[in-house]
Structures are given as structure tokens and as C-alpha cells.
Ligand binder design. Sequence first.
Ligand SMILES: Cc1cc2nc3c(=O)[nH]c(=O)nc-3n(C[C@H](O)[C@H](O)[C@H](O)COP(=O)(O)O)c2cc1C
Ligand SMILES: O=C(O)C(=O)c1ccccc1
Length: 376
Amino acid sequence: MNTPLCTTDGAALEDSARRLLDPGPFGYVAGGAGSGATVRANREAFDRWRIVPRMLRGAHVRDLGVTLFGERLPAPVLLAPIGVQSIVHPDGELASARAAARHGLPFVISTMSSYPLEQVAEAADGPRWFQLYWPDDPEVCLSLLDRARRSGCTTLVVTLDNWTFGWRTRDLDNDYSPAAQGIGAATAFSDPVFRDRLGRPPEDDLPAAIALWKAMFTGVDREWHDIAFLRRNWPGPLVLKGILHPDDAREAVDAGVDGIVVSNHGGRQVDGAIAALDALPDIKSAVGDRITVLFDSGVRTGADLVKALCLGADAVMIGRPYLYGLAHGGEAGVGEVLTNLLTELDLTVQLSGGRQRSDLDLSLLKTNREVGFLLA
Ligand SMILES: Cc1cc2nc3c(=O)[nH]c(=O)nc-3n(C[C@H](O)[C@H](O)[C@H](O)COP(=O)(O)O)c2cc1C
Ligand SMILES: O=C(O)C(=O)c1ccccc1
């Protein structure tokens, strides 16, 4: 471990990662789209809510476990799919997956991992899900789904908000692109159908392999009726990631998926997009309990986890904070970030009078505006 990790908040953790990493990788992880308005909005949205703790509720005994798609989890927390993790630590996804497994939390393996899917899955000796960047070649897609299933991934998360990268100003200014170096291509390059399409081993002509990889995985967008292809070809739970509009959430229900992730990709795609937390209540009202509602974007503390759960998320994904932990100390660093978040979650729930997930609802929250009204 490099230095003790900051426990104060996500900003301190980010600052300490800035000191450890080169500007290119740090900017890639921390940066957002355009002016950074949505990265900021994600944080501001959390700051607009206040928890109103309740007393004398016997909260000394707690169980925050939840069942997601038939899987029992110790807490309503997952590790978000994050690709190219080797840019912050050589062990990359292997270390993060091991830390997740030690906490019994699901690790969502990105299509763009720095290590092949099978290797990450083996390291994630606990619950593991697969995140799909949907290639335009259906045979490659089927091959990825098959590999994910064989590797023990139970749930498929299909990311809909990144058919192409947002306008990422920091990366442009730093002239930094992991993809241009082929970082994140390990799963594609080890795919038999991809290799067949390329016609030779990727190592023999890296530029050609990278060009085919980029062409296959970017620039395609699909339509709602295309979800049927994944529904037909994925035997387990299917989750759509990147939903921000209640009508899209209703479409997801109609498409027969099992869940959605309310997310703006951590503010990395559309500058000026609505904060994911601001989108959550309307989406929850739109879908009710018909599908599972997951959430990410902007979560930095245990109190943030409580707020997202109170606003309707069935479980919450951690993004950048665990990557900062990885930068600090590999598996141990990720483990420490998770321990800190889970401990603060548990303490916040206890001190707020909660005993279980179902105690966390809107009755525990007020907006700043309401608080101001009460004070007036
Ligand atoms: C460096 C980096 C790489 C990411 N890679 C992926 C990815 O491969 N697939 C995906 O669905 N989301 C990816 N995301 C988005 C995360 O899954 C998640 O939505 C986001 O980090 C949540 O916001 P937060 O970091 O503010 O918590 C990535 C995010 C970062 C910071
Ligand atoms: O950077 C990202 O947000 C992301 O989703 C991604 C996409 C492709 C490769 C690596 C990361």
C-alpha cells in the first residue's frame, strides 16, 4: 500500500490518486465529458439531500443484505464495470475482482478489461457479472456471451450510453487514449471469432488488430427491438445500463429485461446531462417493482449509498473510488475502499435507526429546500 487511504470523502481520495498517477491515466479516470458539468452535477445532487435519523428503533442488530436476481449479497453494493484498469495498477481487474470476492460483492467484468474475461472471472471467485459493449458483428457478440456464461457470469449488463466516447477534454489535452495502445482489447483479442475475422494473431499486426477492434465496438447504435437478440441469446438476468429517462425505463420493462442501471456513466458521456441521482426518483416511480433498479454515478461515501437506496435503488454500483483504491495499493487498496464504504454505510444506517434494506426509503430524506423551509 502506498499511503493510508483517505477516508474523509471521495474528493480527498481522488486528490491522493492524482499524486500517485501520471496525468494521462489520472485524467482518463477522473475526467468527464466537456466542461465537467455532469461530473459536478452528480455530486451536487447528493448534496441536496439530507438524512433525517430516527431514534429508539433497535438498530443495533442489522442486516443490509439483499437478494438480486436470486443471488444473496451481504450489502446492496456492486463494483461497476470499469475497463482498462491496468492504467492505474499492473494487476488491474484481477486485483479489483479479488477484493470484490473477499467482500462477497459482485464484480461486473467489463468487455474492455485489461485481462481476458476468463482470467478476470477466475480471480472474481465470488459473484460475477459480465458487462457487454455490444459489437456490431453478431457472431463475435454470441462468442462473448458464451464465454461469459462459461466463466460463471450470472447477469449480463449491456451498456447503452457509450457507443462512442464523449467529448473528453482532459484526454484530448493530454493526448491520452488507452484504446489507441490496445489497452482494454484483451477480451476481444482472445476471442476465437474475433481472431478468425482478423485472419492472423493480433500480435502479428497490432495496428490492424486495434483498427478492427475499434471498428467493431464503436460507432454502432441500436434500437429497442434489437434487445430481443440479447434476450434470446442470454439465458440469465439481463440489465440495461445508462438509463436516464422514465420513458426509456418503461421501454426497458416492455423489452422484457430484468433490470436497469440508472447512470450517466459518471458524467463521462454527455456534458450537461442530468445528474443520475436526479433521474432516479422519476424512474423508480415509472417502473415500480416491475424490474430491478440499480444506480451509479457520483457515489463517494456510505451516506451517498444510503441516499441512493432511499431514493429507490435496489443496489448501488461503486465506480471511480475503487479505482483510486487500486491505484494506491492493488487488491489491498480496493479492499480498503470497500471496507470504508461498507462500514460508513452500516454506521449511517445504524445511527439513522435502520435495521434492514426495507427501512431505507424516502421517509428518511429531506431536500435542502425542505430543510430550509422547516427552519424558516
Ligand atoms: C476509467 C473508467 C472506465 C470505465 N469503463 C467502463 C466500461 O468498460 N463499461 C461500462 O459500462 N462503464 C464503464 N465506466 C463507467 C462506470 O461503470 C460507472 O458508470 C461510472 O464510473 C460511475 O460513476 P462514478 O465513477 O462517478 O461512480 C467506466 C468509468 C471509468 C471512470
Ligand atoms: O472510459 C469509459 O468510460 C469506458 O466506458 C471505456 C470504454 C472503452 C474502453 C475503456 C473504457
